[in-house]
Structures are given as structure tokens and as C-alpha cells.
Design a protein around this ligand. Structure first.
Ligand code: KIV
Ligand code: NA
Length: 269
């Protein structure tokens, strides 16, 4: 398989081939995801909860993101991986100024990331343009943005009713600023499907956002059934019926590509 690149992702979006993304936080799981044919790996700051046992992603530091990004990148290099590697800027590493965002993004790019993700709309538009102008591929993130969970009042659906128009404006501005990917987390399926059509240059990646997006992402531990708590409704455990982790990841990629994941019943919003 040829390496996944920005033009290749744009082509997938244009042709309507669904983009399959999973999170990974270490070398071995990254290599497994690559072998399973995942298009993109996200070193998400969800690692704060999954790996570090933090109560939210707010406490994750840039140094921790650098460490895990480097581990994942080494894992991919070891198997001559072809997967596109995205890393999250953690809370506090990009809010201060565009210059701070550039310095933080540089740390993650030097650790091996190909693309940088940051949360929020409105004020982030300038930062995104600043980074894109300097040659950094950017993934934005709207809807439920876990770094601001306290301000949002909990892990709940976003972009309902009146707030849909604002989310749409923010998304269009982010595409205008040069963001080429946009994670939509827990937003109504109708809204994310509409945005996907309105953003030809920015591939929407949904999580709890219905099936109308250009791609899907799940936290790897969730889709492997590796957790004690109750999964969010939008998660499917792909280990059920699979012979192992590799098979489960392959089933996930297949299900995203053929549109059988997610199903409508997985988002009542
Ligand atoms: O940190 C993360 O894993 C994420 C995804 C859930 C989109 O941001
Ligand atoms: Na994240």
C-alpha cells in the first residue's frame, strides 16, 4: 500500500471512499492498526484517560503527547507503515498565542506526526491559518470538545437547535483557514451529513456523529472492548466475532468502508 498522504485523503473524500481512523498510543498497537489497513492513526489526548488514568483530557501535557507520538511513529517506521499520523495538541499548548501553537505543533511534528489536531472554533481560525500557512496539515475538532468539558457542562451532544448555525459557521471558517480535516464529535447526524457536503476541501471524521461523514474514528480501547465501564452508545465492540485484535481492526476498517458502521440506531441525536 502506498503511504496515505494529504492528496490521497482529499481524493478519498472527493470519491466518497470512507476514511477509517483509530487512536493508538504505543508502537505495537500502531503497527497492528497499520497492518489492518487503517487509513489514519490519531495519537489522541484521550490517552490521558486510557493510559494515564486521568479524570479528563485536561491534565495531559505536551511532553506526554510527544512521548506517545514518538512511540507510535517508531512503531510505524519499524513495519514501514503507510498510515497517516495525526497528533493532538493538548489543552494549554495552543491557547496562548499562534506562536505558542506553532512551537507546540513543532514538538509533535518532530516526534513524527504528519498532521496536528486542535479543538474548538471561532478563536482557533486564526491559529489554524497561521499553522497551515507555515506548512502544517491541520485537523480541527468541533462538537463535543473534551478539553472544554467543564465549560460545556459534561459529555453531551453539541450542535442541537440554535447552536447548529454557530457550529456550521465555525466549520466553514476552519475550512477557509485551510484545515483539511475536521473531527465532529457527538453532533446530530443530520448536521454532520450536511457539513460533509458543504466542506469539499475538509474531510469530516465522525465519532457519535452518524454515518454521513467522510470518515469515522473510535478510541481503540473502546472498539476492542478494553474497558470496565459502559461504552458510549456510538461505540461498537469489534472483538465480538473476531479471532483477535488484528481481525477486529480489519472488521472495523471494512465496516467503515462499506458503511455498515455506524448504524442509525447508534445516534439517537
Ligand atoms: O483524543 C481522542 O481520542 C480524540 C478522538 C476521540 C477524536 O480526540
Ligand atoms: Na482528543
Amino acid at each position: 500500500r502506498k503511504p496515505v498522504s494529504l492528496p490521497r485523503l482529499a481524493d478519498m473524500h472527493a470519491r466518497g471512499e470512507k476514511i477509517a481512523m483509530l487512536t493508538a498510543y504505543d508502537a505495537t498497537f500502531a503497527a497492528m492498526a497499520d497492518a489492518a489497513g487503517v487509513d489514519c492513526i490519531l495519537v489522541g489526548d484521550s490517552l490521558g484517560m486510557v493510559c494515564q488514568g486521568l479524570p479528563s483530557t485536561v491534565g495531559v501535557t505536551l511532553e506526554t503527547m510527544r512521548y506517545h507520538t514518538e512511540s507510535v511513529s517508531r512503531g510505524l517506521h519499524r513495519v514501514q507503515g503507510t498510515t497517516w499520523l495525526i497528533a493532538d495538541l493538548p489543552f494549554g499548548s495552543y491557547q496562548q498565542s499562534r506562536e505558542q501553537a506553532l512551537a507546540s505543533a513543532t514538538v509533535l511534528l518532530q516526534a513524527g506526526a504528519h498532521m496536528i489536531k486542535l479543538e474548538g472554533g471561532g478563536w482557533t481560525t486564526d491559529t489554524v491559518r497561521f499553522l497551515v500557512d507555515r506548512g502544517i496539515p491541520i485537523c480541527a475538532h468541533l462538537g463535543l470538545t473534551p478539553q472544554t468539558v467543564h465549560a460545556l457542562g459534561g459529555y453531551r451532544v453539541q450542535g442541537r437547535g440554535d447552536s447548529a448555525a454557530r457550529l456550521r459557521e465555525e466549520a466553514l471558517a476552519l475550512q477557509d483557514a485551510g484545515a483539511t480535516m475536521l473531527v465532529l464529535e457527538m453532533v446530530p447526524a443530520e448536521l454532520s451529513a450536511q457539513l460533509t457536503l458543504e466542506l469539499p476541501h475538509c474531510a469530516t471524521i465522525g465519532i457519535g456523529a452518524g454515518k454521513g461523514t467522510a470518515g469515522q474514528v473510535l478510541v481503540m480501547h473502546d472498539m476492542l472492548g478494553i474497558n470496565l465501564g459502559k461504552n458510549p452508545k456510538f461505540v461498537r465492540n469489534f472483538m465480538e466475532g473476531a479471532g483477535g485484535v488484528r481481525e477486529a481492526m480489519e472488521a472495523y476498517v471494512r465496516a467503515v468502508k462499506d458503511g455498515s458502521f455506524p448504524v442509525d440506531a447508534q445516534h439517537a441525536w
